[in-house]
Design a protein around this ligand. Structure first.
Ligand code: PLP
Length: 414
């Protein structure tokens, strides 16, 4: 048995999240909420909630257009949020950050604007472990441009099988789009190495960072990728905001995604001149308050420290893995050497939806389903899996309680 340090984060971060103080009513009793569905979305600290209220209470105005004080303040704070994101992921320039609704929109945008670089007969390479949002946009592009899709397989540990790919590189591959962190297996893919090898062949590299940026220190320059997509709501910010990082030299040569206000420099009846980056990719009124709140979330996370968050979550996950592995008939899917705080599992003779529902009766929020990764489920010959996913505000005691309830379930269904 491994000794796992039950180190706590130095600040009592739980107190920063009002929802984590909430009690749920079960059988006329109040019980604590144990929120273990963080891969779906994370909770919001009071500072982020306050920032949203402050914006709409005192600052609300549209950005980039007004000369009045409110408009100038909103613009300054929106652009400051862009610089906070830039710093958070180690981008070289603020204009490399395009605000989007989230990872899904960022990946759709990328697939759309890269269309001109994919010709008939070319190949788009993704992995077999992708979330639907890093699969369907490429299916659409491949179909439109008569290109083919190829998939990097994964092994029984949920790790990508890369040797064959890089030893026998196919020069028809023009784009590689892969997830940094798997939302099913919790695998953290060796994205820097993948990017370096793909770049040796002149291939464009796109990374889905939805499950990695909230948990790890990201440095896009160190990774070297061309595009990196992130959702704010999975890292303490509200829903409806996220971003696409794109290398300046790429964004500068790409066409707009959507069109309308803000993305133009000048417009005639017959034609238009498009704006500079990043505004060329931000048509219409953006989610101003969302971006500012994302900036607040980033400052909050940075104050705790991403390295500290990662270390704490690693201990918590190892602790949970060890405890869960002791439960008879419980099978964990994903055993990668480098992993995040996502654990997918099934229990013999108990449907994943029943696991989720019964745990909910005990106040424990987990997820069951195909996790927007139906091809992964098909390869595993499953229709669904139960999944727990932790964030830095989860505690070892919550894992103990989860494991106790799983043992009870095991006894009940025996
Ligand atoms: C790996 C991965 N990619 C992309 C997404 C899509 O993120 P969003 O729904 O925030 O756009 C998710 C969401 O769960 C995810 O886990």
């Amino acid at each position: 048995m491994k000794i796992i340090e039950k180190t706590q984060l130095s600040t009592n971060v739980r107190m920063d999240f009002p929802i984590l103080q909430r009690k749920l009513v079960r059988n006329n009793d109040e019980i604590p909420l144990i929120y273990l569905d963080n891969a779906a979305t994370t909770q919001k600290p009071q500072v982020v909630i306050n920032r949203i209220a402050h914006f709409y209470t005192y600052q609300n105005a549209n950005v980039h257009r007004a000369v009045h004080q409110l408009g100038e303040e909103a613009t300054a704070d929106y652009e400051n949020a862009r610089r906070l994101v830039q710093k958070f992921i180690g981008a070289a320039f603020p204009e490399e950050i395009v605000f989007t609704r989230g990872t899904t929109e960022a990946l759709n945008m990328t697939a759309h604007v890269l269309g001109q670089f994919v010709k008939a007969g070319d190949t788009i390479l993704i992995s077999a472990m992708e979330h639907h949002s890093n699969l369907v946009p490429w299916q659409i592009l491949a179909e439109k441009n008569k290109a083919s899709l190829r998939f990097i397989p994964f092994d029984e540990n949920g790790e990508l099988i890369l040797d064959d790919l890089f030893n026998n590189w196919d020069d028809s591959i023009k784009i590689l789009s892969v997830t940094h962190g798997s939302n099913v297996f919790g695998t953290i893919n060796p994205i820097t190495e993948i990017t370096r090898k793909a770049h040796e062949h002149g291939c464009i590299v796109v990374v889905d960072g939805a499950q990695s940026a909230p948990h790890l220190k990201i440095d896009v320059q160190e990774i070297g990728c061309d595009f990196y997509a992130v959702s704010g709501h999975k890292m303490c910010a509200p829903t409806g905001i996220g971003f696409l990082y794109g290398k300046k030299e790429w964004l500068e040569k790409l066409p707009p995604y959507q069109s309308g206000g803000e993305m133009i420099k000048s417009v005639w009846l017959e034609s238009s001149i498009y704006n500079d980056i990043p505004y060329r990719f931000e048509a219409g009124t953006p989610n101003i308050c969302g971006a500012i709140a994302l900036g607040e979330a980033i400052q909050y996370l940075s104050k705790i420290g991403m390295a500290k968050i990662h270390e704490y979550e690693r201990n918590l996950t190892n602790y949970a893995l060890e405890k869960m592995q002791g439960i008879k008939g419980l099978k964990i899917y994903g055993n990668a050497r480098n992993r995040s705080s996502v654990i997918s599992f099934e229990m013999e003779n108990i449907h994943p939806h029943d696991i989720a529902q019964i745990l909910d009766h005990q106040g424990i929020a987990i997820r069951a389903g195909h996790h927007c990764a139906q091809p992964v489920m098909r390869q595993l010959k499953l229709s669904s899996l139960a999944r727990v996913s932790f964030y830095f505000y989860n505690q070892f005691e919550e894992i103990d309680y989860l494991v106790k309830q799983l043992y009870k379930l095991r006894e009940f269904f025996n």
